[in-house]
Design a protein around this ligand. Structure first.
Ligand SMILES: [Zn+2]
Length: 88
């Protein structure tokens, strides 16, 4: 799985995704684990942070924490995973 990143766009940005099973990342805003919950369709925000035009780090947030923080890395775009076609 490779994501092609346009080199002309070296600014911080965020995407919103579903929290996946086995997730063990820590929310940057509240310091709590971003946990997968089977019955809930939890959302997380993953931000690629660029400093001075260079990639610096990835930050994870609960979707609600990211909003509360005032979307520090811009409005998250929703990433559609098109390769998943699960039946049953
Ligand atoms: Zn949080």
């Amino acid at each position: 799985m490779t994501t092609i990143v346009s080199s002309s766009e070296l600014t911080s940005r965020a995407v919103q995704r579903r929290v996946e099973a086995g997730s063990s990342v820590i929310c940057t805003a509240c310091d709590q684990q971003v946990k997968f919950a089977a019955k809930q369709n939890r959302q997380q925000v993953i931000a690629n942070v660029y400093l001075a035009g260079r990639w610096d780090r990835v930050e994870h947030y609960h979707a609600e924490c990211y909003e509360e923080a005032g979307a520090p890395h811009g409005t998250p775009s929703e990433q559609v995973l098109s390769s998943r076609s699960r039946k049953s």
